[in-house]
Design a protein around this ligand. Structure first.
Ligand code: GLN
Length: 487
């Protein structure tokens, strides 16, 4: 078995398939044997679709004209619908749910001849930052199996980092693509709100949710975006803005001149290693000729509390549909309507999901609505405005992706401490901005740290250009961004 196949990037893999050097079937076999080897430890997948992937691979090998993603084994977060394949949201309430249709993103990937190798683990209904809230099992970080891979798209990140999939899809409501990407040394992009269709994404907080790619390189992310982005008549929030060639953009003319960054007082809670990697990187960029400006974002610190009112409020409304009648689990036996609801939801939802429903229902309730949800919505508007004004003077904003490196399983039992993991990521969702995380450095212990790049709406090209520029500067693929300067 060619084990090197599982180390190729998405671009390398699909190019060698196009050139006829390898067959999709060999690729799937290599990946399945990697899954057999790694899964007992990593536990990235809820469902592995081995037979389906092999069947698809054979069909692709027989095709003359192959699509852009020909033969690429992809992992899909288990809150994205796949027709005929169980989609659980890592929840007991959807444990045996088999969707009758594909999400638009899945159809787009399949139309380009991608292969679906499996459905990945997540925090239940994407609520969490460690994948420990999965109702089934936690996923482990391939860089240290005693640590979390991040969340909520932890399974999607761990699968790509451990060689069990060449790339994956995640969803990001407050950081769930970027934070796991940072923890697993990957590239993860949350696109502009409206850039990618959410048709077939199980809704968590509809004004914040976006689907995006997790990949090994910036160019791989650009390729994935070319396939999944664009208008979809099935999603009324999707924008009819043309999709540029992101791969051309990253190799094209300079797109970033002025960089905004967070000054020391805004990042005082981060670990010393992250602080030094971040400021080393900024110094490096300044020497490369970029103008760097410290930003005075007065509302930055309000983003987290604002998010933790808006997201649970929307979740409490979205999750009302799991009533034991239309979808998924129903508490067995005969009950009147009220007790059927109560029993089904009490048994079907885990503790974090219940906490969010309670918080959200309270924030939306008569008498408190204006004081909580209404106030948060107003603050959200102000945050959006502050970014709009800031982007009049800088092209992008750079921040660390997380305040700390991957933490140990079980380290954050108290909910607020888990919520604080999202300090750098939630603002982009509140303002609808595109934001990427890419590898920034490894700690002394070899743990990955991520850099976040944010841009104005629909300026993914800027992000890709700068991310590619930074990635290119680094020599070794294994230890990508150890900011020990190149001489
Ligand atoms: N960690 C955040 C939360 O728990 C974000 C989750 C997400 O982006 N899906 O809400």
């Amino acid at each position: 078995m060619n084990s090197r196949l599982t180390e190729l990037t998405l671009i390398e893999l699909t190019e060698s398939i196009h050139r006829g050097e390898v067959k999709a079937e060999e690729v799937v076999e290599a990946y399945l044997s990697k899954i057999n080897e790694k899964e007992p430890q990593i536990k990235a997948f809820i469902t592995v679709t081995a037979d389906l992937a092999l069947e698809q691979a054979k069909k692709i090998d027989n095709k003359k004209e192959k699509g852009k993603l020909a033969g690429a084994p992809l992992a899909i977060k288990d809150n994205i619908l796949t027709a005929g394949i169980r989609t659980t949201c890592a929840s007991r309430i959807l444990e045996n749910y088999i969707p009758p249709y594909n999400a638009t993103v899945v159809n787009r990937l399949l139309a380009e001849d991608a292969l679906i190798i499996g459905k990945t683990n997540l925090d239940e209904f994407a609520m969490g930052s460690s994948t420990e809230n999965s109702a089934f099992f936690p996923t482990r970080n391939p860089y240290d199996i005693n640590r979390v891979p991040g969340g909520s798209s932890g399974g999607s990140a761990a699968a790509v980092a451990s060689g069990e999939a060449v790339a994956s899809l995640g969803s990001d409501t407050g950081g769930s693509i970027r934070q796991p990407a940072a923890f697993c040394n990957l590239v993860g992009l949350k696109p502009t709100y409206g850039r990618v269709s959410r048709y077939g994404l199980v809704a968590f907080a509809s004004s914040l949710d976006q689907i995006g790619p997790l990949t090994r390189t910036v160019e791989d992310a650009a390729l994935m975006m070319e396939v999944i982005a664009g208008y979809d008549p099935h999603d009324s929030t999707s924008a009819s803005v043309p999709v540029p060639s992101y791969r051309l953009a990253l190799k094209g003319e300079k797109k970033v001149f002025k960089i905004g960054y967070l000054p020391e007082e805004k990042i005082k809670e981060v670990t010393p290693e992250i602080k030094s990697a971040y400021f080393n990187l900024l110094n490096f960029l300044e020497r490369e000729g970029f103008a760097c400006e410290a930003l005075d974002l007065k509302l930055w610190d309000y983003a987290l509390p604002c998010y933790y009112l808006i997201a649970p409020s929307e979740a409490s409304s979205n999750l009302a549909r799991y009533d034991g009648i239309r979808y998924g689990f129903r508490y067995p036996g005969e009950h009147n309507l009220k007790s059927l609801y109560a029993l089904t939801r009490t048994v079907g939802f885990g503790p974090e999901v219940k906490r969010r429903i309670l918080l959200g229902t309270f924030a939306l309730s008569a008498g408190y609505y204006e004081a909580y949800y209404g106030r948060a919505r107003h603050v959200r508007y102000l945050i959006k405005e502050e970014f709009r004004k800031t982007f009049a003077s800088v092209d992008v904003i750079l921040t660390p992706t997380t305040p700390e490196p991957p933490f140990y399983l079980g380290a954050k039992v108290e909910p607020i401490s888990m919520y604080l993991s999202d300090y750098f990521t939630v603002a982009a969702n509140l303002a609808g901005l595109p934001a990427i995380s890419l590898p920034m450095a490894l700690t002394e212990k070899g743990l990955p740290l991520g850099l976040q790049i944010m841009a104005p709406p629909f300026e993914e090209e800027r992000i890709f250009w700068l991310a590619f520029f930074i990635e290119k500067k680094v020599k070794s693929k294994r230890n990508i961004f150890n900011w020990k300067e190149e001489k």
